[in-house]
Design a binder for this molecule. Structure first.
Ligand code: BTN
Length: 258
């Protein structure tokens, strides 16, 4: 089976060098795009869905949403040789791209919550799930899944909602167009991608990072929490924190707790 045959009946359009396909309903756009990537779909294929039945978040959480209330978008990138050294930056690429769109189009000031959320008024408005297909220690494909809460009902079905959630509608007072936001986001990802391998990208990530200098509670993989002072993101994408005895630590896959 070819990836083209799977997509042959799906409406598509070109946006800023992406070929974006739109589904009425699916399980998870990340699952679909990982499958298409395995079948050889190229860099730049993107998939959005009006409704996901099995949308996934980090740490085995579900990410559901009523049709029309959220943007569910997955983007397939084939990392270049230079990008292979910076794979942890792909999540921030999507995050910074969204920040840019929310600021320039909708006048919203948002921040990145390491490693994968976008915060509006201190609450989560977007979650990002980046998954890779590996060939040894090289990533053959990176799928960046982006879920944005557009309307109030976007996050009502979400299980295990640890962090307070918010939608763009609650702040703006109106529902933004899914297609307008999606296309602007794709354009912004395309514009920011060349800079992703530069050190400036890390400055930009840190400039837009929430809780810098503040004491935060961090949840590790075992479900335990510990207090740290947040210092910033390092060049390798790890979070630099200081424990309460003044010892510096690098974190790779933890989560900042509420
Ligand atoms: C998180 O907050 O833990 C990440 C949520 C990511 C949700 C998006 S919606 C589009 C894409 N498809 C999925 O199944 N998940 C991501």
């Amino acid at each position: 089976m070819s990836y083209q045959s799977l997509l042959k009946d799906t409406p598509a359009k070109e946006v800023a060098g992406f070929r974006v396909y739109t589904l009425e309903e699916t399980g998870s756009t990340n699952d679909d795009l990982l499958k298409l990537a395995k079948l050889g779909a190229p860099d730049g294929v993107a998939l959005s869905a009006l409704k996901q039945r099995k949308g996934r978040g980090r740490l085995d959480r579900t990410w559901l949403g009523k049709p029309g209330q959220s943007l569910a978008l997955s983007v397939l990138l084939r990392p270049t040789k230079e990008e292979q050294a910076h794979l942890l930056r792909f999540t921030a690429l999507a995050g910074l791209a969204l920040l840019e769109v929310l600021k320039t189009r909708y006048g919203l000031q948002t921040m990145l919550k390491w490693p994968n959320d976008v915060l509006l008024d201190g609450a989560k408005v977007c979650g990002i799930l980046t998954e890779s297909l590996w060939n040894g220690n090289q990533a053959d494909a990176v799928v960046i899944g982006i879920g944005v809460n557009l309307g109030k009902e976007a996050y009502q079905g979400q299980q295990n909602l640890r962090y307070k959630a918010i939608s763009l509608e609650e702040h703006l007072g109106y529902l933004v167009s899914i297609e307008e936001l999606r296309d602007a986001l794709l354009e912004s990802i395309q514009n920011l991608r060349p800079g992703m391998i530069q050190e400036d990208f890390i400055f930009s990530w840190n400039r837009n990072l929430a809780f810098v200098g503040e004491r935060v509670q961090i949840l590790n993989e075992k479900g335990e929490t510990e207090w740290f002072r947040l210092k910033g993101v390092q060049s390798n994408g790890a979070l630099l924190v200081e424990d309460m005895s003044g010892q510096l630590r690098q974190l790779y896959s933890s989560e900042i707790a509420p």
